[in-house]
Design a protein around this ligand. Structure first.
Ligand code: HEM
Length: 306
């Protein structure tokens, strides 16, 4: 089977994320809106073959149960964290990831999805995101250095394996918008910022273990299985913002196993039991958050036609 097109390639320069609750939209109408999105996408791909137009559509666990008779193993809603910091959950029905080398095309695809249904749905977020300098978060640090880079590794990390049957090549999704307190962040000197992240700012070199604090972001997000193998996720996060101050990161990860994210989040928010939390959270605040499932292209098609 085939993964939805945005998941495996490296990120393009522009993305738009739609976080939606159905409200008054029926499932039949949702199917129509998605068909509308896909036919516009396919037409634009033909007209602009170099624009790297890619999408993924994912569904929250509640809606999924109405769309399909079986549920992929381990699919559930995100749980809030109440540790050193609070992490909210804002369940949604549909998550749409639109990406392209062109911002106008991302806009046109969002328009195509909403056309004719604007008043029927509740839009929890429509976030316009962009690649910032050399793939940096707006804290100035390169985001994605340790992301799996090669196609095979990306697939191995993000996609459900063949033995998942009808769910093979689907992927679980975690989306969470963070708001940055850049004024506070900028008060730190560069070497102090590097201690927060656990990597150098200019070139993203990991700090040596003997100088990297245990509460550095990368120290909290490196997690291992019982055999000591690192458990990875595939991140597609991108910055957003307006110049005057509402700025942050739309965190987005694809994974074959949501429990990896549960572990990372518990270690970040200080609920993993070792009394440590991620120091980055003194500078960035999660505003929402939810889990979804993005089925393979084939299963998505089946759902849209049912
Ligand atoms: C505003 C929020 C966040 C910012 C600014 C941020 C930024 C960064 C940066 C700069 C790096 C180092 C470079 C890299 O390897 O990509 C990194 C690594 C990483 N982050 Fe985040 N991150 C954020 C939230 C999260 C969240 C919520 C998770 C997971 C639940 C996460 C998981 C990871 C992982 C797995 C790594 C790679 C660790 C390694 O293998 O060395 N991050 N992040």
């Amino acid at each position: 089977m085939t993964a939805q097109s945005v998941i495996l390639p490296l990120p393009s320069d522009h993305a738009r994320f739609l976080v939606i609750r159905l409200k008054d939209l029926s499932i039949k109408q949702l199917q129509q809106q998605l068909q509308q999105l896909f036919s516009t996408r396919d037409r634009l791909i033909t007209q602009h073959p170099h624009a790297q137009i890619k999408t993924a559509v994912a569904f929250g666990p509640e809606l999924w149960a109405q769309l399909y008779s079986q549920t992929p193993n381990g699919f559930k809603q995100l749980e809030a964290q109440h540790g050193a910091f609070h992490m909210p959950v804002q369940p949604a029905d549909v998550f749409i990831h639109i990406a392209s080398a062109r911002a106008d095309i991302c806009f046109a695809l969002s328009q195509a999805f909403f056309e004719g249904a604007r008043d029927l749905v509740e839009v929890l977020d429509e976030r316009v995101c962009f690649r910032y300098f050399d793939g940096r978060d707006i804290t100035g640090f390169i985001d994605g250095t340790e992301n799996p880079q090669f196609p095979d590794d990306r697939a191995e990390t993000a996609l459900l394996p063949e033995d998942a049957g009808v769910f093979a090549d689907g992927s679980f999704v975690f989306a969470q918008r963070y708001a940055h307190n850049l004024e506070k962040w900028k008060k730190l000197k560069v070497d102090a910022q590097e201690q927060v992240m656990g990597r150098t700012k200019l070139e993203s070199i990991e700090l040596d273990d003997d100088v990297k604090p245990e509460n550095a972001h990368v120290a909290r997000t490196v997690v291992e299985d019982e055999e000591g193998e690192e458990m990875e996720i595939l991140r597609h996060s991108l910055p957003y913002g307006d110049g005057k101050g509402d700025q942050g990161l739309f965190f987005l990860a694809y994974t074959k196993d949501l429990s990896i994210l549960d572990t990372m989040l518990a270690r970040m928010f200080g609920t993993s039991g070792d009394g440590v939390h991620d120091r980055l959270l003194h500078f960035v605040t999660p505003m929402d958050g939810a889990y979804y499932f993005a089925p393979s292209e084939e299963l998505l098609e089946e759902i849209l036609e049912s």
